[in-house]
Write a protein that binds this ligand. Sequence first.
Ligand SMILES: Nc1ncnc2c1ncn2[C@@H]1O[C@H](COP(=O)(O)OP(=O)(O)OP(=O)(O)O)[C@@H](O)[C@H]1O
Length: 794
Amino acid sequence: MSPFHSLFSKPAAPFVCASDLVDLTCIDSSDDDFGTQFLVKKPKLECDVDDDDVGTTFSNDCAVSELAPTSAYSELSATPNTLMVLTEGRAAASEIAYSFFDLSTTHCTLSQFADGPSYSHTIYAVIACRPQIVLVPRPMAEGKSKAMVAIRRYLPWLVIASLERRLFNDMEGMQLLQAVATPAQAARLAFILECKRYAYAAFNALFHHLEHTASLTFARGGVNVSYHQMEGTMQIDPGAWQDLGLDGENGSDTSLFSVINHTHTKMGSRLLRSSILQPSTDLNTIYARQSAVLEILDNEETFFFLSANLAAIPDIDTAITSLIRMPVASTAKQAGQAISNVLHFKHILQSARAIAAGITFEPQSCLLQETIGGLTDSRTSDLLAHIHSVIREDLAFEKSAQMTRSQRCHAVKGGVNGFLDVSRAIFDRVTQEVVELIEQYSNETQVPIKATYKPSIGYLMSAKREVLGESIPEEFVNVVVKKAVVTFSTIELIKLNNRLASVVTEINLLTEKAIHDVADVIRQNIAVLYRVSEAIALLDMLVSFAHHCTVSESVVPAFSDSINIVDGRHPILEALGGEVVPNSVSTARATFTVVSGPNMGGKSTYLRQIIYLVIMAQIGCLVPAKSATLKVFDKLFVRMSNGSDSIGGSTFLREMHGVAYILHNYSAHSLVMIDELGRSTAAAEGMAICRAVCEELLNSSATVFLTTHYLGLPPALGVHPNCARVVLSATQSEETVAQQRYKAISGAQAEPLYGIHLAERMGLPEDIIRTARAVAAEVGYTKNNSDTKPGGLK
Ligand SMILES: Nc1ncnc2c1ncn2[C@@H]1O[C@H](COP(=O)(O)OP(=O)(O)OP(=O)(O)O)[C@@H](O)[C@H]1O
């Protein structure tokens, strides 16, 4: 669990000053680890802004302040080591800008956009980034900013702190960005951000905070900065994130991400996850990915080569982070890390070129051509040649601590530094003495003794307990018995370890001096490494899409202005094994579909299947169906009846909150999925609200699917020419329930009462079932007439 979990589980996070709240410092977690973490202190509560105060900016003051602590959306876990600076424009139009920074990958994203009165873009941006903490200008935090009210209302668990207004300086931000971004990015961003002064202001505040408050320093010209175009991606509403569990953030193996994730690298998996959370709305991007996947599938040899070899590529982004945040080496540990960085990049560049060489066909797809271009960029070979001018070419990549130490010691070619050569000879001799000493103990005790290595101690000896017996020789010290193995040392061995430690310190410092220039050249060419990283990420994701077609029969989706899926299959049910009943979907004649059917009939599954196929299609993946035509949606809204219940508050309030969010934000190009609306209040009221919401949505061009148990609702809505009806399992009789389940039938159908039948099968006592049937008959429900009751209620 994240050490900061407690901060995020607070029901409503207070506003606090960033300087009070955070010491964003870095702790190197281990010698060879690139991991760093933001240290976050517990917020001080004295800077709290009064909740009521915030609530009063809404016209329906009372309702809002009551609702504020119980949002419609429960807490989403934050991405570790991330920070977002958010600001808003002062003009009448709500202009929002943010700057988001991920310390693990040193990737900074900027965006600026105009938002509507409900601030859906802003909420979506915060949710998509899931920052550990959000920093805003103090007046925004303390005043009556409508954006803040919306954020606190929908995301009450978010940790928000304030920064001095003066830090949000766009001119300084512009200069800073030109200095810290890679030169190519700086040039591109100067063009994109020409009129986006708030994005510059957010960037300035972010970097000022990182470098001055958190005392992090970044190599100039080395930070990966990109601009996020809000318009290019589908907005997935907060309800969908939690109800669908799209990205498997809790390691769930029933998320869309885990089912279609066949990536081999960290970069590929990150790209896939972010693609699922932000599917593209750009048809060119989607088509480009589709043709690249098809080409990979057509070239089996390359497909198998890539599947087998991509895994060898380490996490390039964290390696870059370590390099550009590398302090001037002053300690042996830092010097050791610096050597490892250079060795890492040698390995990365070599592997990237090997991957490109393994693509044996001439790709027609522009995306594949670009990807290969990224891997074979002539600057990668120049960089490699530079590294090999100092580092031994034959050095392979090692992972074990012992081998890493030895590799660092032998990294630099002989003859580069005389002192280094002497120290290395000492290192080899003392290591040989360790081997001989352990052999000697083995001979003396007549027990097979093995050498083990621990980075913090050095060499130790170990033997099987049963072979060593109870009488451990007196000269063995630091004896530890763990299950069947005994580990120990001797004074002689400890002395050798000490000698090794001091000679390694010397070697690391000398080696670091020898490779210092090489590290500088790598840093100056960091843009090449970003390009390699992006190319590997994309290639890995495309190979993963191709892989998915080999485990699930899929088709290339086409796009038009309506959905037409023939025999689509639910990808997660399919991955779980067992039989999946394929179902077709069409919105060609009506954009509003009301889905009904018995309990356990497969209604929610039908909705989920559509959502998953839409997302898969918009990320460029093939979809599990016989044929599929989809529409590009700009927003996805989901309210599932079995969604997350982890937040407090009334079920009805949450439901209404979620539906209000949809009604305020949907557009003609949105996909709206609502499962059993109105279920959590009195039937008459629930039905009335549900129908009113449907009438509103029916008058729009949004694509809507709504499931319901209100038997009178489908016929009532059916009078609209824009409304289609689908019934799950409608044609089956009670006796054939098992055989015909889950089949979606289009058109008006009589719906027998399976609820009572199902209750009977679940073991409710006979007399209860008898009474239930009698009550149903009394209120007018019989097996075959339920459709005839307008409104479905007495
Ligand atoms: N197309 C399908 N193929 C195979 N199994 C399915 C299919 N649809 C549904 N199921 C199975 O039936 C179960 C119940 O489906 P689902 O929850 O979608 O029913 P429902 O109609 O929404 O039920 P309720 O109205 O009681 O909420 C699912 O968990 C799944 O295991």
